[in-house]
Design a binder for this molecule. Structure first.
Ligand code: IPE
Ligand code: IPE
Ligand code: MG
Length: 244
């Protein structure tokens, strides 16, 4: 497929791309490697996604790195993933700063090992004034948990009299989600061939365009992003109305 130039993408370029980075285990299995090696290779694809967003002028990128449900995996795998996050957060700080990337996190960060939490906080603080790409890393994240947590906080505000129940609307409910400072995703990409959302950005995905790629996450490159972005430009987003 012919890849379009950056300029040609401008009219209907997505503002926010979110990615379910799936297939590390299968990538490794096919090579008789351990699942851990698959996760390690996945880190290269993360760099590709960031590079692609910077090149194509996409200002928001959200990456699903570890779900609330992934805690149920064998301890060895969970520990290895925590080690990779530790390594990645330390090693990538410099290149993220150089690329003007601001990093924030969504998810139940309190469940992470203390030192990983600290490295994550450092990454957030040190990149806070960067403004070319806002990278959100979903870590220990689950969409239902996020919505339930928002409902709980709203209920407390109603109880204390700070919010009137009648004033809660779909326009302001999003302010109570962890994504309140970023726009909803225009595109959600999932690699590995699975066609499901797996508890990712449930509220925010209401009108996202979905892209299910048959490649496994460690094989993802910025060209795959570019092809998806190119297809995005051809889709007709109707939002329930009729075509113009
Ligand atoms: C995605 O790859 C990484 C995480 C969920 C942390 P998987 O580990 O789910 O890989 P598959 O789906 O088993 O191939
Ligand atoms: C979704 O992948 C979570 C991440 C990519 C971090 P999973 O591999 O955990 O999802 P399921 O189990 O196939 O639904
Ligand atoms: Mg998977």
């Amino acid at each position: 497929m012919e890849v379009v130039g950056k300029k040609d993408l401008l009219p209907s370029r997505p503002e926010h791309v979110a990615i379910i980075m799936d297939g590390n285990g299968r990538w490794a299995n096919r090579r008789s490697m351990s699942r851990m090696q698959g996760h390690e290779q996945g880190a290269n694809a993360v760099r590709e996604a960031i590079k692609g967003c910077r090149e194509f002028g996409i200002p928001y990128l959200t990456l699903f790195a570890f779900s609330s449900e992934n805690w149920a995996r064998p301890t060895e795998e969970v520990n290895h993933l925590m080690g990779l996050f530790r390594f990645f957060f330390k090693k990538e700080l410099k290149s993220l700063l150089e690329a003007d990337v601001k990093v924030t996190f969504i998810g139940d960060i309190n469940r992470l090992p203390k030192d990983v939490q600290k490295l994550a906080e450092e990454l957030v603080q040190k990149t806070a004034d960067k403004d070319k790409l806002h990278l959100t890393i979903a870590l220990s994240y689950g969409g239902r948990a996020e919505i339930a947590e928002a409902a709980k906080r709203l209920a407390e505000k109603v109880k204390s009299g700070d919010v009137n129940a009648e004033d809660i609307s779909e326009e302001n409910f999003g302010d109570f989600l962890q994504t309140s400072d970023i726009p909803d995703p225009d595109m959600i990409i999932r690699t590995s061939g699975e066609k499901r959302i797996s508890n990712f950005l449930l509220w925010q995905a209401a009108y996202a365009e979905f892209f299910f790629l048959d490649i496994l996450w460690p094989d993802f490159t910025k060209q795959d992003l570019q092809i998806a972005v190119e297809e995005f430009a051809t889709r007709n987003r109707r939002y329930g109305a009729i075509s113009a």
